[in-house]
Write a protein that binds this ligand. Structure first.
Ligand SMILES: C[S@@+](CC[C@H](N)C(=O)[O-])C[C@H]1O[C@@H](n2cnc3c(N)ncnc32)[C@H](O)[C@@H]1O
Length: 233
């Protein structure tokens, strides 16, 4: 229980820094100089669904480690779920010639990632789709990258294990997959803090207990929301 609490505290600290960083990294919309026409589309398109996690980019040194650990190559099909400015997918295409898809809920970031891919001259190998990562068919992936949150990783776990082919590599920045233990963990020194990168390989035979995440999600929520404890008097 002590280790669980320590892990919860560490995750809470990273998640808080992720949220705080997101608050400072959000691009402020420019002030309108002329009022938009009544029937014009909104100047700044907004996500169709509230994002499940704010945008915080993975530092480049961590991106490089994620791709190295996944042994990404030319014949891989990479999906980054929640792709932000597209750096993971674009780096894989630039360095290794990998084909990749970024799934992103925020249309501003999809536009930015698409422009970044053009600038990097990899538009023939990558695409960015404005989509909910929980509603996306990722069965063609051979590598999946994640920088989400502990609960989102858990919610994704059954889908990853059910739909991905055995041998598919999954790499997560900072957060784990609960009782599904990683095949490899590395620590990377970033510009502001140390980052954790974990790698899983989808097994041929999936242990059934990995497919049910309800109890782990409940436990995670309980650790986050302390309830009053009996004092004994
Ligand atoms: C922490 S950022 C990571 C960005 C990028 N993968 C990286 O590592 O640099 C998480 C991203 O997930 C996106 N996101 C949040 N909820 C989502 C959802 N349901 N479907 C798709 N993208 C989502 C956010 O807009 C944000 O860009």
């Amino acid at each position: 229980m002590g280790r669980q609490l320590l892990k919860a505290a560490t995750y809470a600290a990273i998640a808080t820094s992720l949220i705080l960083a997101g608050c400072t990294e959000q691009v402020k919309p420019k002030a309108e100089t002329t009022p938009p026409a009544a029937n014009a589309p909104p100047a700044t398109p907004t996500p169709k669904k509230v994002p499940d996690v704010v945008y915080v980019p993975t530092p480049q040194v961590v991106v490089d480690k994620m791709l190295e650990m996944a042994k990404v190559g030319k014949n891989d099909v990479l999906y980054d779920l929640g792709s932000g400015d597209g750096r993971i997918v674009i780096t894989a295409a630039e360095k290794f010639g990998t084909r990749g898809t970024g799934i992103e809920i925020d249309p501003k970031l999809v536009k930015q990632a698409t422009a970044n891919a053009e600038k990097a001259k990899v538009s023939d190998r990558v695409q960015f789709l404005e989509q909910d990562l929980f509603q996306t068919d990722i069965s063609s992936a051979t590598v999946v990258t994640l920088y989400l949150l502990p609960e989102l990783n858990l919610r994704l776990r059954p889908t990853l294990l059910r739909t991905l082919k055995p041998g598919t590599r999954i790499v997560s920045h900072d957060f784990d997959m609960g009782i599904w233990k990683p095949d490899r963990i590395e620590r990377v020194k970033g510009p502001r803090r140390e980052h954790i990168v974990s790698l899983w390989v989808v097994p041929e035979k999936v242990p059934p207990e990995l497919l049910n995440v309800d109890a782990e999600i409940q436990q995670l929520r309980q650790l986050r929301t302390p309830t009053p404890q009996p004092t004994g008097n």
